[in-house]
Ligand binder design. Structure first.
Ligand SMILES: Cc1cc2nc3c(=O)[nH]c(=O)nc-3n(C[C@H](O)[C@H](O)[C@H](O)COP(=O)(O)OP(=O)(O)OC[C@H]3O[C@@H](n4cnc5c(N)ncnc54)[C@H](O)[C@@H]3O)c2cc1C
Length: 436
């Protein structure tokens, strides 16, 4: 049995794993990242819609997203002036509309915007029509199955929305992970691909490293589980689940690409629309396309997976129709091609759709998991959250009984990291959807 040693092993080279590695490495730790795929960002990060919006159900969620957007705006600066062979991911500003819906009550979100300082405007149906003429502001709530007659029923009145002009998306989520990897490597982090963690080693009641299939061990006093949808499998290897009050589960989802309706994404990508009235979301994409995803309306069955690694990557007719028919009700000029084009991917869903960034009962073993289809945008901040928790715990603080707070450097807000505890009560104000 051979052994390599370092200060910290990060399991997973997705956008969040790479951000954790970057923050630990630039604080002087020797970091080893392992990922079973062939490169950074090849897990769920590669399928991400990469939307950067600010509406979440908690103050911490809104403040984290608002802080994160400043990092994306100055991405090369966040990476320490990195060039990465002339290619750093770009932020595309489109603005975002969140349509009124009892499933996402503005009265619960807008006070957080006021406190955090997120600019927004409240629009009525007439303003919606004037500002985004491609969009029909009809009210259909609650969402109905698209194969039911009720789905085609006439609308009941009209709706408004709130508009956040600063929202947008990152043009290449996988390359954003690559950028973070390259930045981490400049601080000495090492990355091993095609390397699967098959066991968590312990010694003297704390973690002591990770075990690999060839019986070798990477020894480290700190191990961070950032395994995305495989998070619960890795936690089971560590035997730490007994005191989690919030569990994580893999959920299959799909995003689809279709030609955008006239005037929506040409020449520039049209705005993100979160449509909880019908149960979908969409945004413009480069080259005149529209990206369409789902927002887990209560009328649709969710596709929970027994095994995060056993899922179909090809889009299905069922989800394609559900998401596109809903988008077509909102965008009457949208044409829906017969053949689906898109991707099946997996969310790592926490019980309340809010992530877990925390220590565990096994000293030295930490988690950044349960990202619930909504944490790409927060990746630049999450690395710093994990560093703050790890630094405090490794210096003797008990984050469970004396929670660490983190002062966001760009916006100045103080975040109580107990918000993301594995032992928290379920956040009752959550949307319990991908909106978080
Ligand atoms: C379809 C889709 C759309 C989304 N859209 C948005 C969006 O618009 N905005 C937003 O903010 N968020 C979005 N998200 C969520 C966001 O993409 C994720 O929260 C984020 O990418 C998770 O990053 P990660 O690094 O935690 O996980 P991943 O990118 O999944 O990385 C985990 C890595 O761990 C590795 N791994 C797992 N087990 C092992 C093991 N035993 N040994 C070694 N390696 C292992 C995997 O190979 C993988 O590379 C979306 C997600 C999906 C799936």
């Amino acid at each position: 049995m051979s052994t390599r040693t370092c200060d910290a092993v990060v399991i997973g080279a997705g956008v969040i794993g790479c951000s954790v590695a970057y923050e630990l490495a630039r604080q002087g730790l020797s970091v080893q990242v392992v990922d079973r795929t062939g490169g950074p960002g090849q897990g769920s990060t590669s399928a991400s819609s990469a939307i950067v919006r600010f509406n979440y159900s908690t103050f911490a969620g809104v403040a984290t997203a608002w802080e994160g957007h400043y990092a994306w705006l100055d991405w090369a600066g966040h990476l320490g002036g990195l060039d990465d062979d002339g290619r750093v991911a770009q932020f595309i500003r489109t603005g975002a509309l969140c349509l009124d819906s009892p499933a996402h009550d503005p009265a619960r979100v807008l006070p957080h915007f006021d406190r955090v300082g997120v600019p927004y405007e409240v629009w009525d149906a007439a303003t919606l029509r004037e500002r985004v003429p491609q969009l029909d502001p009809a009210r259909y709530y609650p969402p109905k199955p698209v194969d039911s007659e009720e789905f085609w029923a006439d609308p009941v009145g009209e709706l408004g929305a709130y508009w956040t002009p600063d929202a947008g998306f990152m043009d290449d989520p996988q390359y954003a992970a690559h950028n973070l990897m390259t930045a981490a490597m400049r601080h000495g982090a090492r990355f091993s691909f095609h390397t699967t963690v098959v066991g968590i080693a312990t010694a003297k009641d704390r973690v002591s490293g990770v075990e690999l299939p060839d019986d070798s061990v990477i020894s480290a006093p700190i191990v961070v589980n950032v395994a995305g949808p495989a998070s619960s499998k890795v936690n089971a290897l560590a035997g730490v689940l007994a005191d989690f009050t919030v569990s994580t589960r893999p959920l299959r989802s799909e995003v689809h690409y279709v030609p955008a309706p006239p005037g929506y994404s040409d020449p520039d990508p049209g705005p993100l629309v979160a449509d909880l009235d019908l149960g979908t979301y969409f945004r413009g994409a480069p080259h005149g396309e529209l990206l369409v995803g789902g927002a887990e309306p209560a009328c649709d069955a969710l596709h929970w997976l027994d095994d995060a690694d056993d899922f179909a990557t090809a889009p299905t007719a069922e989800l394609y129709q559900a998401q596109l028919y809903r988008a077509a009700r909102r965008l009457p000029d949208l044409t829906v091609p017969n053949r689906p084009r898109g991707i099946g991917a997996v969310y790592d869903v926490a019980d309340d759709w809010i992530p877990i960034y925390d220590r565990t009962a096994l000293p030295g073993y930490y988690v950044a998991i349960g990202t619930s289809g909504n944490q790409f945008k927060n990746a630049p901040v999450v690395g710093a959250y994990l560093h703050a928790i790890i630094d405090a715990c490794e210096n003797g603080r008990d984050h469970d009984t004396d929670p660490v707070s983190y002062r966001l450097p760009r916006t100045g807000h103080l975040i109580d990291l107990a918000t993301y505890s594995r032992r928290r009560p379920i956040h009752a104000d959550s949307s319990f959807t991908v909106m978080g």
